[in-house]
Design a protein around this ligand. Structure first.
Ligand code: PRP
Ligand code: URA
Length: 208
């Protein structure tokens, strides 16, 4: 699949293992999640275009570079929140919007409860932050909303993906690049990723 980029790095593999471990407590979970988010931010930014400008060092003028297009980060509440700080440390000029979605436990369909996004999406690179791509319902609903609001180039950054979610994204939003730290085996009957890490929101915030 040419819209899928698996971020394959020894430090990421170690941190995904920490996230998977059922004994990892929320503080350590959040820390590992934020470290992986740094790697995702670096990998995603490899394709950012630059524009040149003149910068004056204390000694002379030289060529400088800045990002050509603004970046918008959109964490999906709740679990996407833990990815924001790392991305903002690497891209401090980014704006941040929020999308609030919760899966219905029975139907597995996302229920939306909050939207707040900046208004320059058409000229920006929009990165959706959500650690889990399971059925793909939440990601597809988020990009439906973003496209309706004139988003231009969009990217999905996640930690763990299921083939079912990748396929749904391929069908509904085939042009969107998906960066993931791991591609897992499949979903179980309750829509949880196997082997996965359990419920990312609950493990991040200790709500179990
Ligand atoms: C989780 C996760 C994704 C969604 C993925 O959120 O953070 O948003 O499930 O599942 P999908 O691909 O099948 O839509 P959840 O709905 O559990 O909300 P929470 O982060 O508030 O716990
Ligand atoms: N949401 C999660 O948090 N975990 C899964 O495995 C699937 C959806």
């Amino acid at each position: 699949m040419n819209n899928l980029i698996i971020v394959d790095n020894p430090l990421v593999k170690r941190d995904v293992s920490i996230l998977r471990d059922k004994n990892t407590q929320p503080a350590e979970f959040r820390y590992a999640l934020s470290r992986i988010s740094f790697s995702l931010a670096i990998e995603i930014s490899k394709n950012f275009e630059l524009e040149e400008y003149e910068v004056e060092t204390p000694l002379e003028k030289t060529k400088g570079y800045r990002l050509k297009y603004p970046v918008v980060l959109i964490p999906v509440l709740r679990a996407g929140l833990s990815m924001v700080d790392s991305f903002l440390k690497m891209i401090p000029e980014a704006k941040v919007g929020h999308i609030g979605l919760q899966r219905d436990e029975r139907t597995l369909k996302p229920i939306d409860y909050y939207y707040k996004t900046p208004n320059n999406l058409d000229e920006s690179i929009t990165i959706l932050l959500d650690p889990m791509l399971a059925t793909g319902g939440s990601a597809v609903a988020s990009f439906n909303y973003l496209k309706k609001n004139k988003a231009g180039k969009c990217i999905l950054a996640c930690l763990i993906s299921a083939p079912e979610g990748i396929e749904k994204m391929n069908n509904e939003h085939p042009e969107i690049l998906i960066y993931t730290a791991a591609l897992d085996r499949k979903l179980n009957n309750n829509g949880y990723i196997l082997p996965g890490l359990g419920d990312a929101g609950d493990r991040t915030f200790g709500t179990f």
